[in-house]
Write a protein of this length. Structure first.
Length: 375
């Protein structure tokens, strides 16, 4: 008999015992944390917290049983807690949202019997001309901001994808805007661009230059003076200083995010194709078009997807700059105004479902090419 065989027999019980002890320890810690949450929920009268804590305790107990008796299915066992939590925080609220959207529920009727109205809330949204204008503003914001962030981020990524003195300092400074919260960035730019007492206004006054009416609905002169289509662009496509202020704020904060992803993608591209292209006398544009872009296709799609999804959810930056003003009311601002300000919960829920479907369609548009390429 092989000596290694006997050693394996000798050590097997100890190894198995250590595994079981580790699993029991993890499960006990889970039960302790859940129990603490349950006690805190009772202390602070947090009903939802009680429900969540009870579910977590049940999941932990179920987990410890499976850990001990189902070692062969261990890969599925570790997925169970995460799956339970995801169901609690995503599926259940979404079902509640759907239920709310097909009833007529307002603040005065919330604690009464809900009246079923079917798809009436959805039809009212589709027939509301304001929703279309908010949709146009949202799409315009997403296209302009994400497009500028991609172009500027790619440019800086190409510049910083090489060694030079002060690279670490430049890299750190460039990432600073992304580290701040959107509400802080919005307030900062509001103080900078304020037409009465903003920093930019003070600078223009010192230079004896005309004051720029940032954060207002004043049309952009460059666009307004375009023959034939200028007034139409200003009226229908939001070519005003308020929209320009929002674009500047968002691009300033989130271009570093795009830059970071694109720089990581550039760093992963092999150097051999560039060396071969250099020997063949290819220009910078030719190398960028035929080597860099094809090699980074998936990275670019992922970066665009993440930023588009985030831009579609923008709320705090707009709130910091304009408050509840109708001036820059995107779809999220419209949902907040209808569902929270006006206490029309059903319309807000129906609009939220529309936005969710809209985001899912756009996400599938970017995910599908990546999936097909990998397959």
């Amino acid at each position: 008999m092989n000596l290694a065989f006997f050693r394996g027999l000798t050590n097997a019980p100890a190894i198995r015992t250590d595994k079981v002890r580790l699993k029991i320890f993890i499960s006990v810690i889970s039960i302790i944390i859940s129990s603490i949450l349950l006690c805190l929920s009772f202390k602070f009268q947090w009903l939802d917290g009680k429900v969540i804590a009870i579910v977590m305790i049940g999941a932990a107990v179920f987990w410890i049983i499976l850990l001990i008796w189902a070692e062969r299915k261990i890969k599925y066992v570790f997925i169970i807690p995460t799956t339970v939590i995801l169901i609690i925080i995503t599926i259940i609220p979404f079902i509640y949202l759907l239920n709310l959207s097909v009833h007529n529920v307002k603040a005065v009727t919330f604690n009464k019997e809900w009246v079923f109205v079917g798809l009436r809330n959805y039809l009212d949204i589709l027939n509301n001309p304001e929703v279309f204008s908010h949709l146009i503003l949202t799409l315009e914001f997403v296209i302009v901001t994400v497009g500028l962030e991609f172009i500027i981020g790619m440019g800086f990524a190409l510049i910083l994808n090489r060694e030079f003195k002060g690279k670490r300092i430049a890299f750190s400074l460039f990432l600073m805007p992304m580290m701040s919260t959107p509400i802080v960035v919005g307030l900062m730019w509001k103080y900078i661009l304020d037409m009465n007492s903003g920093f930019m206004t003070r600078i223009l006054e010192l230079l004896n230059l005309p004051i720029i009416p940032w954060l207002t609905a004043t049309p952009l002169p460059v666009v307004k003076n375009i023959p034939m289509i200028g007034p139409w662009l200003v009226q229908n496509l939001n070519f005003n200083y308020a929209f320009l202020s929002l674009i500047i704020t968002d691009v300033w904060q989130w271009t570093p995010f795009m830059f970071l992803i694109l720089l990581a993608g550039l760093s992963s591209v092999p150097v051999e194709p560039y060396e071969a292209a250099e020997v063949d006398g290819a220009s910078f544009w030719q190398k960028f078009r035929y080597i860099t872009l094809p090699q980074m296709k998936n990275i670019i799609l992922i970066a665009l997807l993440l930023r588009i999804m985030d831009a579609l959810k923008v709320f705090d930056t707009i709130w910091a700059l304009f408050g509840s003003s109708i001036l820059m009311r995107t779809l999220n601002m419209y949902i907040f105004n209808e569902g929270i300000t006006k206490w029309n919960y059903s319309v807000g829920a129906a609009m939220s479902v529309f936005v969710l479907i809209f985001v899912s369609v756009i996400s599938n548009f970017f995910i599908r090419p990546i999936y097909l390429k990998e397959k």
